[in-house]
Ligand binder design. Sequence first.
Ligand code: SAH
Ligand code: SF4
Ligand code: F3S
Length: 461
Amino acid sequence: MSTRKLYVKSFGCQMNVYDSHRMADTLAPAGFTEIAQPAGADLIVLNTCNIREKAAEKIYSELGRLRVLKEEAQAKGRRVLIAVAGCVAQAEGEEIVRRAPAVDIVVGSQNYHQLPVLLSRAEQGEQIVDTEFPLDDRFATMPGARREATRARGISAFVTVQEGCDKFCTFCVVPYTRGVETSRPVEQIAREVERLADAGVREITLIGQNVNAYHGEGPDGREWPLGKLMYRLAEIAGIARLRYTTSHPLDLEPSLIDAHRDLPALMPYVHLPVQSGNDRILAAMNRRHTRAQYLAAIDRLRAARSDLAFTSDFIVGFPGETEAEFGDTVSLVEDVGFAAAYSFMYSPRPGTPAAEMTEQVPEDVKSERLQRLQAVINRELARYNAQFLGRTVEILLEKPGKLAGQLVGRTPYLQAVQVMAPAARIGEVVPATITEIGRYTLFGALATPETEPQQLAIAGA
Ligand code: SAH
Ligand code: SF4
Ligand code: F3S
């Protein structure tokens, strides 16, 4: 079989990245090898994100550039096919080929396992839009390659355990682009993790749009919550670290809290988006919890494991947000003491209830609030990291660093640490003493093997 070149570009969240890898895996048996740039590719896949307007619009400018590349190749007698996958494909379907006729295939977020078939149809000259949600259960019927890793790509790997969302926050497209909430069976996940461990993976991050809503079928025929799944996966030989993302404050069930207390492999890090610190805005967002309930959730987790690091997502300028209501978000950031946080200006998304709300906040107000919030977040981040200076922490050595002889490791709290160490040690969990705090990374020195990592007393505030 002739080898063909594939270029896949991800624009979205971890699930989107995971799906990109699975698309490459699905196409490998058809003779495709991946390359790192679009020039020279026979098939170009843009795996799109629809979460904010900017992310979605980026696709069209990218498609403009690719059309030129396609025409140049054609002039030289070489055929290039362009596919648009992911959440913009799911949301816009036909509209994409109308706006960008150079696109050959539009494939929705649940249909990409069909890519080899769609591709051969496109090669016959057909322009394809396949965005139907399959009626059957997404996980039960998948033939393996669709959503399971067929090979490892390094020391740390994502594994999808849950997909879709039934929460319908009023600002969010995900329930529409990813469909209803579904969980994978426990043993199917365990087998994928075992395979990855055999291939050298040491860290698994379980991913889902609403990962702690997980309720997959267990080997006993009952529904297992995420915490119980963690106990099962922690038994798998070779897996040193378990992580999960993204969680919703409403779905914090007791087994997950227990798992944080009991399982050393479960890393002390929780990404728990709150979006706003104000109760009226939280209600208008349909988040279905209050500020006090969010803070109580943090307290419950910290009671189980005092050194937990928390991160979050925030939206500023949700319709109707007043200056005082924004102030509640700022004070929440200060109250919790997040290790890091993402913050965004509210972006109205077609088809979502908040886009129809009348009191849209002007762009300049949103932008100014974002700057102020980010200043507070950065201050908290610096304060969080500063506690580590001089301490010894266990890091998982993941990959080569920027300088020769340097490796990048991660602390349990997900901070990157640059250390001098030979490449042969990639994959090891080793104690490192933090010697310098940079803005985006920490610097450390491998501690002597005798040095025990100190138990960190990290309370966020
Ligand atoms: N499932 C996760 C987040 C999914 S989207 C959750 O429940 O929180 C990732 C982040 O994008 C969200 O947490 C939110 O902060 C942001 N986001 C989602 N829709 C947005 C919009 N319309 N405008 C701005 N930010 C948005
Ligand atoms: Fe979107 Fe809300 Fe679901 Fe998160 S919980 S994916 S923000 S609808
Ligand atoms: Fe974006 Fe879809 Fe993920 S909208 S954030 S790629 S679920």
